[in-house]
Design a binder for this molecule. Structure first.
Ligand code: ADP
Length: 412
């Protein structure tokens, strides 16, 4: 006996021509499949769906999907209508994929699922129903968590001895406290550089593990990006200038260049105040990372930090005159461990974690980060952040330390 409600059985089998064949196919799918109509009434569900939801097929068929297929947030609280993908798809009529959602089954137990929703158009192209396909991902989620915990603990534990090695090597290299011959200095210099690289790798691994499971600490406050970036440019310029690169900080258009000269002569301009709500230490991490990359990958020319914006968005960027990044690599740059495979990355050290961490941090503040580049013409890394009005910024600055977080905005 195959397990479908009779109404859905008839409708569905008529559609595919051959009831037994249709039912065998749907029933053999290990993923849960639920089909609902425009009124959100369950028309069909397969045994896998029935088991995951904790309902009998005949009981669940013909009732509102919200009774059978209840989605919740990580804490087990039912989703608000505006957050519910089943509601969203009816509005947008575009397929939706959710890698991790939480299903509350009939016993109110929470199951981690991955979910994809596909709209079913009627002959006029309007949404006449939705097919939901979902799968229990609790095991994968638990394994991922274990892996993240392991990386986190291991990198934390390994950072301490590496820091000690780095410290002792620095002491050995310090002429005031140790006497070594030239050959030993050469070896120790190399050992010191490697220890520093290892320390950075552990630090990046730890930060990326925290970023992935939402444990990155963040203390946001109202930050005026103009003065913030101006100060940061002064802190960072030395390392670029040592390499012979020209550094500039551009606000708004190219006409209003501040600190444009190597000698540090300052051309003051009147500019708007660009407030954002971020943790300044985290944002410094991001900009420093982009700036360091620009310096690292640019053999000669210029590195520019820029700031612009409109009423809603503040945009800052780091631009270089380096080798550029091939178009096929651009979509992958912000993935974990991704490095462009070319001679530069083979000779220049790196972990491939920096841009991943940058993305995670910028997403904490409802921002967006991306890169534009053309091979041979340099690269620009952009960051968009929601702009705070001067008034809201003043309120937040007064209300120290407890400030209420902003509502995240969805697209920048
Ligand atoms: P890495 O530690 O390798 O620098 P990132 O995550 O910071 O890791 O960057 C990922 C990759 O993006 C780099 O390996 C490099 O190939 C490319 N990349 C990043 N910034 C630049 C840049 N300014 N110019 C050219 N390539 C860049």
């Amino acid at each position: 006996m195959l397990g479908f409600g009779s109404k859905s059985r008839q409708a569905a089998s008529a559609a595919v021509g051959g009831k037994d064949r249709f039912e065998t196919i749907i029933n053999s799918i290990a993923d849960g499949v639920i089909m609902i109509d425009k009124q959100q009434v369950v028309q069909l569900l397969n045994p896998a769906a029935a088991e995951l939801c904790g309902w009998k097929i005949d009981e669940a068929t013909g009732i509102n999907v919200n009774q059978v297929f209840k989605l919740a947030n990580k804490k087990g609280e039912p989703l608000k209508t505006s957050e519910d993908p089943l509601h969203k798809i009816m509005e947008s009529d575009k397929p939706i994929r959710v890698d991790e959602a939480f299903l509350l089954n009939r016993n109110n137990s929470q199951v981690a699922i991955s979910l994809s929703l596909t709209p079913l158009p009627d002959p006029e192209g309007h949404v006449s129903g939705v097919v939901a396909v979902f799968r229990d991902v609790s095991t994968e989620t638990a394994q991922q968590q274990q892996r993240a915990d392991f990386i986190s603990t291991a990198s934390h534990e390994m950072r301490t001895p590496v820091a000690a090695i780095e410290g002792y090597l620095a002491l050995a290299l310090n002429e005031k406290v140790a006497t070594i011959d030239a050959r030993a200095r050469d070896y120790l210099d190399k050992a010191h550089a490697s220890a520093q690289h290892l320390g950075q790798l552990f630090q990046d691994l730890l930060t990326s593990a925290k970023a992935e499971d939402g444990r990155l600490t963040s203390h946001p406050t109202a930050v005026e990006l103009g003065s913030f970036l101006d100060k940061l440019t002064s802190d960072l310029r030395l390392v670029a200038e040592k390499k012979g690169l020209f550094v500039e900080f551009v606000v708004g258009s190219k006409d209003s260049v501040i600190n444009a000269t190597k000698s540090g002569a300052i051309q003051k301009v009147v500019r708007p105040l660009y407030y954002v709500y971020v943790d300044p230490d985290r944002l410094r991490e991001v900009i420093t990372n982009l700036f360091d990359n620009a310096v690292k990958y640019t053999p000669e020319g210029k590195v520019s930090l820029g700031l612009t914006g409109d009423g809603n968005v503040v945009q800052c960027y780091v631009r270089d005159t380096g080798p550029g990044i091939p178009a096929e690599d651009l979509p992958h740059l912000f993935q974990k461990f991704y490095r462009v495979d070319n001679s530069a990355t083979r000779t220049i050290g790196g972990t491939g974690l920096g841009l991943f961490i940058c993305r995670k941090i910028i997403e904490l503040y409802s921002g967006r980060i991306w890169a534009e580049s053309e091979v041979g013409k340099g690269s620009t890394f952009y960051i968009n952040l929601p702009r705070l009005s001067d008034q809201k910024a003043a309120e937040l600055q007064k209300a120290v330390p407890a400030v209420e977080p902003l509502e995240p905005s969805s697209s920048l």
